[in-house]
Design a protein around this ligand. Structure first.
Ligand code: FES
Ligand code: FES
Length: 200
């Protein structure tokens, strides 16, 4: 291919590429001419009616099958005590109880907990009295910035009903899914042990 014909070939390819791009852009602009009505959008999204039982109250909700329990708790029920840390099941900040067992709510689908009894940090206090684990965290300085604390406390409450050995090392092992960037681990273990051994 001599220099001239090569130039004309490249120029034709360039022009057809531009034309293709222009068609793609214009068809993209036409793709969503009218936004669907909210009811149609909900039906299209396949919302599912569920009853989420949180801290003793039943909430009738319509959720998309992909909605995450943590987001429903925080954004729809406005229970902000449950924290979003990593959002990937790595830090434990989002720990709640589901029928008494601890789970990472950032990894749980709300639709899978239809009818489940969910307990969040807001549900621990009874008649104005802190749960013994909350009181122990205060007494033992089991926190610094507090970002991990609600998850730590929810995990610790569940731990009380789990077959965990008596020594500190077993508490550390059982709480290893709850990270604390402030490094308050020693005081967290002290708080858990205080409740386990009847100190509160
Ligand atoms: Fe759920 Fe970190 S936010 S484990
Ligand atoms: Fe700050 Fe645990 S108290 S992350």
């Amino acid at each position: 291919m001599d220099e001239l014909s090569r130039r004309s070939f490249l120029s034709r390819v360039g022009m057809s590429g531009l034309a293709l791009g222009a068609r793609t852009l214009s068809s993209g602009a036409r793709a969503d001419p009218v936004s669907p009505a909210p009811a149609e959008a909900a039906a299209a999204a396949g919302r599912v009616p569920i009853t989420l039982r949180v801290n003793g109250r039943a909430h009738a909700l319509e959720v998309e099958p992909r909605e995450i329990l943590l987001d429903v708790l925080r954004e729809r029920l406005h229970l902000f005590g449950t924290k979003k840390g990593c959002d990937h099941g790595q830090c434990g900040a989002c720990t709640v109880l589901a029928d008494g067992r601890r789970i990472d709510s950032c990894l749980a689908l709300a639709v899978a907990h239809d009818g489940t009894e969910i307990t969040t940090i807001e549900g621990l206090e009874q008649n104005g009295r802190l749960h013994p684990m909350q009181a122990a965290f205060l007494d033992c300085d089991g926190f610094q910035c507090g970002a991990c604390t609600s998850g730590q406390i929810m995990s610790a409450v569940a731990l009380l009903h789990e077959p965990v050995g008596g020594a500190d090392r077993w508490v550390k092992e059982a709480m290893s899914g709850n990270l604390c960037r402030c490094g308050a681990y020693q005081n967290i273990v002290a708080a858990v042990q205080r409740v386990r051994h009847g100190g509160v």
